[in-house]
Design a protein around this ligand. Sequence first.
Ligand code: COA
Length: 281
Amino acid sequence: MSEPTLPTWENVKVEFEDGIAWVTLNRPDKRNAMSPALNREMMSVLDTLEVDDRCKVLVLTGAGDSFSAGMDIKEYFREVDKATPVGVMRVQRESMGWQWRRLMFFPKPTIAMVNGWCFGGAFTPLVSCDLAVAADEAMFGLSEINWGIIPAGNVTRAVAEKMTQADAQYYLLTGEQFSGKKAAETRLVYESVPRAQLRTRVTEIARVLMAKNPHVLSAVKLAYRRVKDMSWDVSEDYLYAKAQQTYSTDPEQGRKHGMDQFLDEKSYRPGLQNYRREDKK
Ligand code: COA
């Protein structure tokens, strides 16, 4: 069967490689600043990749030496200042639409690969990815204070979600830059590696994810996002219900094979590795 043709995107590049969809914010001349046009395209990219089997893991990165310099100060702020209140709302809705609403709940695993500059608005999609790996040399900054605005676009919320409190407050208030190494220390990203090894490391993590049962992996990531805002009572109920729904709709019946291979065949140990998925049918 021929592979589906992708829509044409001007500001985002999508490439497939062995199950990974490399999604590259592609405005290197503008340090991949996120304009209204880019935001609209990212909504379309996520819609498309959600149902494209060539995407098993989505990696979000930036072209050239930047991840993203945040919101486009000219096209997202100055030019939109002239719009009507409804016009402003529409631009903001498209931005938030992908930067956290769609990305955080994208049904497949997502990894942010922070290759360089990462400022302001870029923190929202960064935190909305399930995992994040940065180059040691990448430079981060909550630069809003430096140009007289508060970190909106849910940046402050994203920072509160991931960074340690002391680090969040320090960097929000000072606007000081910090490296990829420091981003890992603050827990904003999972780890940092030398830039020369960044793609290899991200590919390695993506391969680990792709070896898992994709149906269950999707349920795990979505459940994690949901329960964080629930009480323990509600979460208990939700998770039992979600678990039941996940097993009963799992095309490869992973739970059964996982139990059979451990308890009957004694062929693997769940604490140490994954069940054999080739036995899944
Ligand atoms: N919005 C709009 N344009 C941006 C931009 C942004 N966030 N970040 C960079 N650009 C544009 C610059 O205006 C410049 O455009 P020009 O070539 O038409 O003059 C181009 O990208 C290159 O930027 P420049 O500043 O020359 O690159 P640099 O490599 O010397 O510095 C940064 C890179 C990221 C440190 C610097 O561009 C910067 O501080 N950007 C703003 C970061 C920010 O505060 N973002 C938060 C927004 S919420």
